[in-house]
Ligand binder design. Structure first.
Ligand SMILES: [Zn+2]
Length: 89
């Protein structure tokens, strides 16, 4: 009978320890994912200026052409058209 109780206690302790470790791991994973997301956010947080309309857009959403940044392909096309006609004049 005593042996059974000791086994039960050992089992309970192991179970609680496992649960605690699992929770610690989950918390660590959450923190880890958060810091990873922060890093990504910082990179995406780089703002660049559209050469056509001067609006600031995140680098990840901007288009780059001929050393200039643009908020959209429409503005890129208009800017390049404008520049081309300037060169022709
Ligand atoms: Zn623009």
């Amino acid at each position: 009978m005593n042996l059974l109780i000791i086994r039960l206690i050992i089992f309970a302790v192991l179970f609680l320890a496992g649960l605690k470790l699992y929770r610690m791991y989950r918390q660590w994973k959450l923190d880890h994912d958060d810091s990873m997301a922060d890093d990504n956010h910082r990179v995406e947080g780089q703002m660049v200026r559209c050469a056509w309309c001067s609006v600031h857009v995140p680098e990840s959403e901007a288009l780059r052409d001929k050393g200039e940044w643009f908020c959209s392909s429409a503005h890129r096309d208009r800017y390049l058209q404008e520049r081309q006609s300037d060169e022709n004049e």
